[in-house]
Design a protein around this ligand. Sequence first.
Ligand code: ATP
Length: 292
Amino acid sequence: MTSAVVTQKLTKKYGRKTALSDCSLDIPAGHVVGLVGPNGAGKSTLLQLVCGQLNPTAGSLTVLGAPPVTGSPRIGFVAQDTPVYGSLSIEDHLSFGKHLNPAWDDDLARERIERLDLDPKQKAGKLSGGQRAQVALTLAIAKRPELLLLDEPVAALDPLARREFLQGLMEYVAESGTSVVMSSHLVADLERVCDYMIVLVKSKVRVTGEVEELLATHHHVTGARVDPENLGPGRTVIQARHTDVQSSLVVRSSAPIDDPAFSVAGIDLEDLVLAYMSEAANGRDRVLEKQR
Ligand SMILES: Nc1ncnc2c1ncn2[C@@H]1O[C@H](COP(=O)(O)OP(=O)(O)OP(=O)(O)O)[C@@H](O)[C@H]1O
C-alpha cells in the first residue's frame, strides 16, 4: 500500500505555543481522509506542514514519497480563508493556473466555472464567500494534483452548495483517483464522503484509521454502573458517563462485547468522533470525581 503522507513525531511550535505535538501518521494513498478536531487542535497547522507552507519544529514528514515542496504541482491546497486575488478576474486566475501548472486541465476548469454559473470576467474580490471557495477548489483540482488538501472547504457554503460541492468532489475523486485530506467541523458531511479519519485533539492525534474499521471496533455500551478501569482486557473506554446506578460508555474493542451485563449497540461516526473529542474533558471529570 503506498502512502500519501507519512509523518514521524511531527511537531510544530509557534514561539512557546505547541500547535502540533509528536504527530505520527501514515495516510494511505487513494483515500478521502477526514481531519477533525476542536478549534485550535492543529488541523490547519498539519495541512500547512503537508503542503510545505510551514516547516516543522521537530520530527519529519514525506508527502507523495518526498519532502514537501511549497507550490508543488503535485499538491492542490485550498486554505481555510480561500485566498484569491481580489482585483483579478476569474479568467486571470485560470490563466495564472495554466501558466504555472504543467498538468493544468483548462477544459475542466472552464466547464466547472460555467456549471457554477460564474462569469469569468467577474473580479474575485466581488464574489461571495461560497463562490470564492468554489473558485479556489476549481483552481486546485484543475492542477490535476495527486494530493488535494482542503482546509474547511465547505464552511462558507449554504447547505445545497455544500451538497453539490461534496458531490462534485466525489465525482472528481472517483474519476481521477486523487488522494484527499479534508478538514471540517461538519462530521455528518465527512461521514458521507470520507473513508478514512484522523481525529486531532489538543495538538495530538487521538485516533486514526479506515472509517469501516473504526465503526466495527467501537461500541455504545450501557449497563449497571461500572468502573471503566474494570471493563476487562482488550477493551478501552473512550468516553464514560455515569448516573448513580448506570454507566453509558463508548468502548473500543476488536472482539465482540457479549457480556450479558451490558447492552451493546453500534455507533455512528459523529458519536465516535465526539467521544474522542470529549476524552480530555472526561479525564478531567474523573480526576475531579476522585478528589471529591
Ligand atoms: N501563526 C500562529 N502564531 C501563533 N499561534 C498560532 C498560529 N497559527 C496557529 N496558532 C495556534 O496553534 C494552535 C493550532 O492552530 P490551528 O489553526 O492549526 O488549529 P485548527 O485545528 O485548524 O483550528 P480551527 O478549527 O479553529 O481552524 C492554536 O492554538 C492556534 O492558536
